[in-house]
Each structure stands twice: as structure tokens, then as C-alpha cells.
Design a protein around this ligand. Structure first.
Ligand SMILES: Cc1ncc(COP(=O)(O)O)c(C=O)c1O
Length: 354
């Protein structure tokens, strides 16, 4: 059974737009989990985990993959594999790696961080070039810029997607400066569906990509880090040290395989609903959306005369959940369980905010 694109397939009566992480495994996904063949993955013999790692690596045009419990661990393992203490990581000012991963780059990698601020959460080759510092020639004043990270889609940018030429140029600037390259591709399938760029092309010049299965793809747990075999062999050791080695994790990997095989093409529905929602609420005099930023499954908006937390509270009373992501802006995220009718109800509820 495929996840229905038009029916809420779990029991909540609330319209939950806080994140695409709130998705519940579908019946078909649960079936796949229940019947998964498993082994002990720490001992290297869980066939379903291996199948997932190979599947995701192949979908991204990379040699190997590593299944980890979360996107945060996937990024942390990648950062650790790319750097040594005293290095510096370049990432956008509002990137997840900087804002929302507990300062792992500092605590786990001993790295400092350079934070150029881009438009819509995205870096440019010029910003990257200006941000990479090297110890050599600085009388040891500078740390060693060693890694450039981009986020695609860029969450705080509005769910925005990089142009391929910009991604390529950023990678080339990084390579010129002897830096590794990493994509936080928590929602890279959304980026690929929205831009029409195939993942192997998108990731062609990047050393590693972190891909989340538990966001728009609807799996309950897990991310896959992909890269060269050599990179993944090193990452495997850091995963172990970070406590991310799991045993009969084929149960979880089966959900991931189901997600990749059945829930990618339907992301187009999430994107269409986000755009419908954004255009409808932007037509209201008191609500404002930057429609240029609405490129995938997210809508950031503000409302005249209200703080974002007041808006979220007002909507919450009407059974609609969202995050106030800043003092002025709320975020709505469409996903597997959001229907066209839900979109209409959200528009109607925002109309009552007067
Ligand atoms: C862009 C981005 N990267 C990484 C993560 C981390 O994923 P997780 O919540 O699985 O740790 C998130 C989570 O929302 C995200 O939005």
C-alpha cells in the first residue's frame, strides 16, 4: 500500500505543521519493518541495514553509506571525519549545523566555525572564498579552514534550493583552498524534486552528504551519511565512538528503504500544498510571506500586529500546530499527513486572526 496523498493516515485530529519530522510510519512502512530480516549491525551482519546503505549511496552516486540514528549524528560524524581539532568549518550563519546541533562542531570536533550570512540561508562562492582562513602565512593567528558545509534545502532560508552552478562553484572554491566539502542534505530529496537535478549530479563535487529519512520521507528514525568508501570507513569508527552503532537496526533500515522507494516522488505534493498555502495566506492584508523563499515544503510568514508566539497560540487553539521560529515569524511545514483540506482549514484559521 502506498501512503495516500489525500488522507490523514494516523489518528490525530490536529493539523500538525510544526515540522516534517512529525510524520508517523504508514501501515505499509510498519509492515516492512515487522518483516525485515535483521542481524547484528555492529558485527556487520544486518542485511537490511546494508541494503539501505547501498541504496542511498547509489541514489546519490556515492560509493558507500553509513546508517546513523539521526541527522545530527550524521552531520557530527561527517564533521569529525573531515576535521582535526583546531580546524575551522565554514557554514552559513543560520545553518542547522551551527544553530541547532548543540555546538557539536566545538564539543565533538574541537573546531571553530566561520559563519558568513547568505541570502535565503545559502552561501555563495564569494562568501566561501572570503571566509576560508589558513594558519599558514598568518603567523599562526588563524585556524585552518578545512571544511565547507552547505545545507540543501536550507531550512532557515525557507526550504530554499541551491542552483547547481552555485553548488559546483562553492565546491571548486573549497577544493582550491584544500577544504573538504559536505552537504547537510537533511531534505536533499526535496531539493532534487524541486529543481529537477538528479542527486548524483547535485552531490557530484561534494565529499559527503547527510540524508535524513525521518523528515519528509516519513521514516520514524535515521539518516544515512554517504561518501567514498575510504571516507565511510573512517566515519564508521566515529559513529562507534559517538555511540551510534546499533544492533538489529534492520527494523529501522526497512522503514528507510520503504521511504526511499515509495515516498520520494510524492514530495511534489508537499511542495504544491506549501505553495498553495503560501499564496493563499499572502493574499490576506495582514499576513506576509516572501514567496520567493517558498521553494519546497516550508512556509515562513509574519502577521501584522502579532508576535509569532501569539500567532502560534491563536492557531493552536484552533487545532493547528506550528513553530514560532523567531519573534516575528512562524513556520509551516507540509508533509505526508497534510491534506488539501488541511491547507484550506489553515487558511481559514489564519483569516480569523484580526
Ligand atoms: C537541515 C537539517 N539538518 C539536520 C537536522 C538534524 O536532524 P535530526 O533531527 O534527525 O537530528 C535537521 C532537523 O530538523 C535539519 O533541518
Amino acid at each position: 500500500m502506498l501512503a495516500s496523498a489525500s488522507m490523514r493516515d494516523h489518528s490525530s485530529s490536529r493539523i500538525d505543521l510544526r515540522s516534517d519530522t512529525v510524520t508517523q510510519p504508514t501501515v505499509a512502512m510498519r509492515d516492512a519493518m515487522a518483516t525485515a530480516e535483521v542481524g547484528d549491525d555492529v558485527l556487520g551482519d544486518d542485511p537490511t541495514v546494508q541494503r539501505l546503505e547501498e541504496l542511498v549511496a547509489k541514489r546519490c552516486g556515492k560509493e558507500a553509506g553509513l546508517f546513523v540514528p539521526s541527522g545530527t549524528m550524521s552531520n557530527a560524524v561527517a564533521l569529525k571525519t573531515h576535521t582535526v581539532p583546531g580546524d575551522e568549518i565554514v557554514t552559513e550563519r543560520y545553518s542547522h549545523i551551527y544553530l541547532y546541533e548543540g555546538g557539536g562542531y566545538a564539543a565533538l570536533c574541537g573546531s571553530s566555525i566561520a559563519l558568513p550570512e547568505g541570502k535565503y540561508g545559502m552561501l555563495t562562492p564569494e562568501l566561501v572564498s572570503g571566509a576560508i582562513r589558513k594558519q599558514a602565512g598568518s603567523q599562526s593567528h588563524y585556524p585552518d579552514g578545512r571544511l565547507v558545509c552547505v545545507e540543501n534545502t536550507a531550512n532557515r532560508g525557507g526550504g530554499t534550493c541551491y542552483e547547481q552552478s552555485i553548488l559546483d562553484e562553492i565546491a571548486s572554491v573549497a577544493n582550491e583552498h584544500n577544504c573538504g566539502t559536505h552537504i547537510d542534505g537533511a531534505r536533499i530529496f526535496n531539493a532534487s524534486i524541486a529543481t529537477g537535478v538528479a542527486l548524483p549530479r547535485m552531490a557530484e563535487h561534494y565529499d559527503s552528504v547527510s540524508i535524513c529519512l525521518s523528515k519528509g520521507l516519513g521514516a520514524p528514525v535515521g539518516s544515512v551519511l554517504v561518501g567514498s568508501q575510504e571516507f565511510i570507513d573512517q566515519a564508521h569508527r566515529w559513529r562507534k565512538m559517538f555511540g551510534g552503532g546499533m544492533r538489529q537496526s534492520g527494523i529501522l533500515a526497512a522503514a528507510g528503504i520503504h521511504a526511499v522507494e515509495h515516498h520520494v516522488d510524492r514530495l511534489v505534493d508537499d511542495h504544491r500544498r506549501a505553495m498553495n498555502l503560501a499564496t493563499a495566506i499572502d493574499e490576506m492584508n495582514h499576513v506576509h510571506v516572501d514567496l520567493d523563499a517558498v521553494q519546497t515544503n516550508m512556509v515562513y510568514f509574519s502577521a501584522d500586529g502579532y508576535t509569532a508566539s501569539q500567532v502560534a497560540e491563536h492557531m493552536g487553539k484552533q487545532g493547528i500546530d506550528m513553530f514560532d521560529i523567531s519573534p516575528t515569524h512562524c513556520r509551516l511545514v507540509t508533509h505526508l499527513h497534510i491534506t488539501d483540506e488541511d491547507v484550506e482549514n489553515v487558511v481559514a484559521a489564519l483569516g480569523t486572526l484580526r
